[in-house]
Design a protein around this ligand. Structure first.
Ligand code: ADP
Ligand code: MG
Length: 698
């Protein structure tokens, strides 16, 4: 039996109660799980500083000395600050507790040798360390190794007295027990060429590095391995898919496409649009099934690209379908497409939850007999019992929630899988795209239609509303329209809706001379549509809304986007919302309203927004600030991120390396049969078996 699947309870220091809590809190059941539980940080304990040496601008340091005395300062009715005066003979410094001072006084004793660890600051001309880590100097046998690992623990573990130290100890005893080297899981030609340390060394050094170098080499190896198998899995999936399914061959450049291009196109295509249409056309004629991701910032004209690609499908005798994430957007697509096509002889129909009764039966009938050529719908279309006569092309709009699993569903819709184009206005950083959409080819529209002025973004505090109202008034008097967005999240839906209702009443009083519309996700679709329509037809000048307008809504006359409580929105959401304006030729504005007090992270987000309109920069920043795990929808993408050590945002270069290596192997051995790579295919099978998330894609 593989020693790594051994039950954790056989380890010294792990009894039934620790076994239970390790399983419940950290998901650690086996030796292997424990090995894969990596430290989240390390602290260099190879050097001991003296108090005399300390300054206010050092990183974390450790000092060995004694507590001379305690002092307690009352800071409020129930608040106190506890200070321990601490010395190592070279000087005196203060250890400070704003919380847990009582506990510190009970736990630490005057005259005992302690190792104090923390970040020195200067306060009242004295070195201070606030909330230090303290160990008795004589128990510090573990830390003599140099770099001390820190492991995550939970509240419940802390209550049971299980600390990072406890984990450090049991991990150490596991490493001692592993007397034979752990088997290698990467082929030598990779580890040699990329100079990666062996798996055995990596595990030992990641938990127990003597130097910073050992630590970083170990982490490098483990990160690479993790990313490499993710990429190998994705690329193998894509290659299997390609070999299994033939794509429809759209060889004709037909009448509809040409007529539209010649007689109906209201403006010249941008260079980027032309290039992307060419890419799509080539792909659809190649005989293999297209799986393409189309990235283009808001307003870059993706809808038109989608429409022209659909015309190619129609010209070759197939049906096409475009799916939007919401009913409002589906309806808007329908309107846009009909407007573009004017009197061209093409049957375009809508199918969403609100299409009912006789109309629904007619549409379904038309889809089945092939007379409906372009179907516009929500994602319900793929869940539904909709049967196409010959669906050849599917466009999925505005979705980074449309992963491998959802796409796979489409393939039941026709004999061969249709060509698929996934469009997203949320630019996805390359490394993330390689992972979520790793099996897709990517096209990018990196050019906006001419004449667009970049949106000017302004940050205002919520005590400056009067001047904001004045600005809004001016814009409307110039004939423009205005969006005012309230946050609404599920967790506080009731309060948020009330906020919106109250806010709407206030705004009606502020702007008695204008007419206002109101839209939110809890309204009946028909009412929502009616309100939207009023705004579109300029019957109302102000649209008060929640994020239902986040994606896709197109009202070129709207020139101001006000986002209230902007601190509650994520960067990509803010960028999407801002993309609703700046669609006409006029100068547009986006105003972000926040309270005065902001966290540092929020301030960064607001600054980035005011700084740039570049969606890719914003996406990169978002990924760095939030981490990929938080990115909306990555969970459902079918390629969930339970990376344990690698970080898609920070390890971009490694992602690329892993991708390149995996690609070389798939190119060399597309059938995955070669004994040269046996170790890889074996490992991949193992990983798929042990990890639910991996299973989702295979
Ligand atoms: P996206 O879906 O990429 O956010 P849209 O497809 O909604 O962008 O296009 C935004 C606006 O730009 C629409 O009003 C569209 O008609 C217009 N548009 C698209 N392509 C061009 C072009 N080449 N020249 C001028 N305007 C364009
Ligand atoms: Mg769009």
């Amino acid at each position: 039996m593989n020693i790594l699947s051994q039950d954790i309870q056989y380890l010294s220091g792990v009894g039934p109660s620790r076994k239970k809590i390790l399983g419940e809190e950290l998901g650690i059941f086996t030796y292997g799980d424990l090995l894969n539980n990596y430290p989240y940080k390390y602290v260099d304990r190879s050097k001991v500083y003296t108090v005399h040496e300390l300054t206010g601008d050092m990183p974390f340091v450790q000092i060995v000395g004694k507590i001379l005395s305690f002092e307690t300062f009352q800071m409020g009715p129930r608040k106190e600050r506890v200070v321990a005066h601490f010395s190592d003979g070279t000087g005196i410094m203060d250890l400070v507790w704003f919380q847990g001072g009582k506990y510190a006084k009970q736990t630490y004793h005057i005259g005992v040798d302690y190792i104090v660890f923390g970040k020195p600051t200067v306060f009242n001309n004295r070195i201070n360390v606030t909330h230090p880590d303290i160990d008795r100097a004589d128990t510090l046998e573990l830390s003599t190794m140099g770099m001390q690992p820190y492991y995550s623990t939970t509240e419940k573990m802390k209550k049971m007295g299980m600390t990072s130290r406890t984990i450090e100890r049991i991990t150490k005893s596991l490493l001692e027990r592993l007397t034979t080297p752990l088997p290698e899981t990467l082929p030598a030609f990779i580890t040699n060429r990329l100079r990666l340390v062996s798996r055995d060394t990596a595990f030992r050094h990641v938990h127990y590095p003597k130097t910073a170098d050992e630590m970083s080499h170990a982490r490098q190896r483990l990160k690479f391995e993790e990313l490499f198998y993710v990429q190998l899995n994705i690329l193998r999936y894509a290659s299997d898919q390609r070999r299994k399914y033939r794509g429809y061959v759209f060889s004709r450049v037909g009448d509809l496409f040409n007529t539209f291009y010649r007689d109906y196109l209201p403006f010249p295509l941008t260079g980027a649009q032309k290039r992307v249409i060419r890419e799509i056309r080539t792909d659809m004629g190649s005989g293999r099934q297209m799986n393409r991701l189309l990235q283009g910032d808001v307003g870059s004209g993706k809808t038109l690209v989608a429409l022209m690609s659909m015309l190619i499908a129609l010209d070759n005798g197939y049906q096409a379908c475009i799916m939007a994430p919401t009913e409002i957007l589906a309806e808007q697509h329908l309107a846009t497409i009909r407007e573009f096509l004017k009197d061209m002889p093409i049957r375009v129909e809508l199918l969403t939850g609100i299409v009912k009764g006789k109309k629904r039966r007619e549409v379904l009938q038309g889809i089945a007999d092939g007379s409906v050529q372009i179907l516009v719908g929500t994602h319900a279309v793929i869940e539904d019992t909709v049967q196409f006569l010959h669906l050849g092309f599917v466009v999925v709009d505005e979705q980074h929630r449309f992963g491998v699993a959802q796409r796979a569903k489409l393939w039941g819709k026709s004999a061969n899988p249709p060509h698929v184009l996934v469009m997203t206005a949320t630019p996805i950083p390359r490394t993330l795209a390689m992972t979520i959409y790793g099996d897709l080819d990517v096209s990018v529209i990196d050019e906006l239609p001419p004449g667009r002025k970049p949106v000017v973004t302004i940050h205002k505090y919520d005590n400056q509303m009067t001047s904001l109202y004045q600005g809004i008034r001016q814009q409307i008097h110039q004939g423009r329209q205005v969006y005012i967005v309230f946050p609404l999240i599920q967790e506080s839906e009731k309060i948020d809706l009330k906020n919106l209702e109250d806010g709407f009443e206030v705004l009606k009083q502020v702007f008695p001379e204008f007419r206002l519309s109101k839209v939110h996700g809890k309204m009946k679709p028909a009412d929502k549509e009616a309100e939207m329509q009023k705004f579109v037809s300029v019957e109302t000048q102000i649209l008060v809304a929640t994020t239902v307008i986040e994606v896709g809504v197109n009202v070129p006359n709207a020139s101001v986007m006000v986002i209230l409580d902007a601190q509650r929105f994520g960067l990509s959401q803010l960028h999407q919302l801002r993309g609703r304006v700046g669609r006409g030729a006029d100068q547009s504005f986006c105003v972000l309203i926040t309270p005065l007090k902001l966290s540092e992270e929020t301030r960064k987000r607001i600054d980035i927004m005011c700084d740039t309109n570049d969606g890719f920069r914003i996406a990169e920043a978002d990924l760095k600030l939030r981490g990929p795990g938080d990115l909306e929808g990555t969970q459902q993408s079918g390629m969930a991120f339970d990376l344990k050590i690698a970080d898609i945002a920070r390890d971009g270069q490694l992602v690329q390396m892993a991708r390149d290596e995996a690609q070389k192997i798939i190119d060399d051995d597309p059938e995955c049969q070669s004994p040269k790579y046996a170790i890889l295919w074996y490992r991949l099978r193992q990983l798929r078996k042990t990890n639910i998330n991996w299973a989702a894609i295979s």
